[in-house]
Design a protein around this ligand. Structure first.
Ligand SMILES: N[C@@H](CCC(=O)N[C@@H](CS)C(=O)NCC(=O)O)C(=O)O
Length: 204
């Protein structure tokens, strides 16, 4: 399998999941500005949507959308328990989280990256985002991970997008349970290995 990624983006989430599952994979760096891969290919011919993450599986098919990719990966090794079994209520709860992260937090943070959006408008986005973080914090006050005691693909995704708050002077200290959570997930060996591999690939 090949994971098309760009450092400091949402592709970190499937990257962490690949390492949690100990699956063989190749990292292919994408320049999000030029839409070229590090090996000189046109990324748009791989993913016409033009964004990471994209996962190329061994039969040549390319899967996009982070929430779909992490579930596909987790189901390759159900014994790792990164996602509850398909068709169960617990799996639906996981999907509820993945959808919340993608539409409320990932998409909520995205406008903050846009230099053309004035600060007054960004403040409105931040206010809405903070309400969503209140929600996340109340859940993390009760247990270590989003689904309970067990780390899941939703945690790989939430950790990934919450890392971006440091770019926008958002002080997570307002939500102590989120700060503890970021430390807990960030100390996982797989997470550290993913971050190191992305930094090394970026520097190469
Ligand atoms: N809906 C996609 C969004 C992916 C996305 O936002 N990718 C960003 C990085 S986090 C990207 O590559 N943006 C480059 C671009 O849109 O040109 C998903 O959830 O996977």
């Amino acid at each position: 399998m090949k994971l098309y990624f760009a450092a400091e983006t949402c592709s970190l989430s499937p990257h962490i999941v690949l390492r949690e599952l100990n699956l063989p994979f190749e990292l292919v760096r994408v320049n999000n500005k030029t839409k070229k891969t590090a090996d000189g290919r046109d990324f748009l011919s791989i993913n016409p949507k033009g964004y990471v993450a994209a996962l190329e599986i061994d039969n040549g098919e390319v899967l996009t959308e982070g929430a779909a990719i992490v579930q596909y990966l987790a189901d390759l090794k159900p014994e790792a328990r990164l996602a509850p079994a398909n068709g169960t209520w617990e799996r639906t709860r996981l999907q509820e989280w993945l959808n919340f992260i993608t539409s409320e937090i990932h998409a909520g943070l995205s406008p903050l990256f846009n230099a053309e959006i004035p600060d007054t408008v960004k403040a409105i986005f931040k206010d809405k985002l903070f309400k969503r973080l209140d929600q996340v914090a109340s859940v993390l006050n009760q247990h270590d991970y989003l689904l309970g005691a067990q780390f899941s693909v939703a945690d790989a995704y939430l950790f990934t997008v919450l890392r971006w708050t440091r770019f926008f002077s958002i002080d997570l200290g307002r939500w102590p349970s989120i700060v503890s959570y970021m430390g807990r997930v960030g100390r996982r060996a797989t997470v550290q290995a993913a971050l190191e591999a992305e930094a090394a690939a970026q520097a190469a």
